[in-house]
Design a protein around this ligand. Structure first.
Ligand code: KIV
Length: 266
């Protein structure tokens, strides 16, 4: 059985300049398939609010949701590093809250690390978590939990001031002890600058090719919703067609009474 990747193993890949591969995953069945592929990190992301729960934003996702799904993922996957998202308001109100909630993701969800959205303002909190033995991944650029403050999902760091702020935030997260940073929806040139300025890995989503690794939402990259195709998403499969085709084949055979046949009956 393959050994689950630790932060140390991820660090070694980064030092060898091997691009890190990360996908989101929320359930046992997909976690099992991810285990058969060359994926370094599973993010049990609060994007479950969109792709699993059908909300417009990640804001409604709870800590209990993340714990439940992290446990399910863990049962299906033995090899990937398991990174759990800290959902909206599980860390913003106080550092004590944040520490306790991050602890629950490790103790109850059995995650190996946690991810938080935000910059310099999280430095003290990240330092405390790190000191308590909780590996923390930062998340900069488009941080979906702040969608209402941003007024929509759009490219970040597009002017000089915003770019400098993002760079400063990235350095602050690294100095606080973050072991990795997700960069979402930022220009490729800025992501490259940030990646070159840090000595921890960056993982890009809509951040161009120069980051230390890439992440995509599993359902997006598998083409499970053909209506959702922002520029940064590549459909590596067309599962929507495959699944709908299979369901219609089943319905046809049921209507024609050709399923179940002798082979599938007792
Ligand atoms: O929750 C999530 O899926 C994420 C990725 C977009 C990085 O945070």
């Amino acid at each position: 059985m393959a050994r689950r990747k630790t932060t140390r193993a991820l660090r070694k890949l980064y030092e060898k300049q091997t691009p890190l591969t990360m996908v989101t995953c929320y359930d046992y069945t997909f976690a099992r398939l991810v285990d058969k592929a060359d994926i370094d990190i599973i993010l049990v992301g609060d994007s479950m609010g969109n792709v699993i729960q059908g909300h417009d934003t990640t804001v409604p996702v709870t800590l209990e949701d993340i714990i439940y799904h992290t446990r399910a993922v863990l049962r299906g996957n033995q090899s990937a590093h398991i990174l759990a998202d800290m959902p909206f308001m599980s860390y913003q109100a106080s550092t004590d809250d944040a520490l306790r909630n991050a602890g629950r993701l490790l103790k109850e969800g059995h995650a190996q690390s946690v991810k938080v959205e935000g910059g310099e303002e999280l430095a003290t909190m990240i330092a405390r978590m790190t000191a308590a033995g909780i590996p923390v991944c930062g998340h900069l650029g488009l941080t979906p939990q702040s969608v209402h403050a941003f007024g929509g999902f759009r490219l970040q760091g597009t002017d000089d001031e915003a770019a400098e702020r993002l760079l400063k935030d990235a350095r602050a997260l690294q100095d606080a002890g973050a072991f990795m940073i997700v960069l979402e929806m930022v220009p490729a040139a800025l992501a490259k600058r940030v990646t070159n300025a840090l000595d921890i890995p960056t993982i890009g989503i809509g951040a161009g090719p120069h980051t230390s690794g890439q992440v995509l939402v599993l359902q997006d990259m598998l083409g499970m919703n053909s209506d959702f195709k922002p520029r940064f998403v590549k459909h590596f499969a067309s599962l929507e067609n495959t699944v709908v085709g299979a369901l219609n084949a089943f319905a046809d055979e049921v209507h024609q009474r050709s399923f179940p046949d002798d082979e599938h009956s007792y």
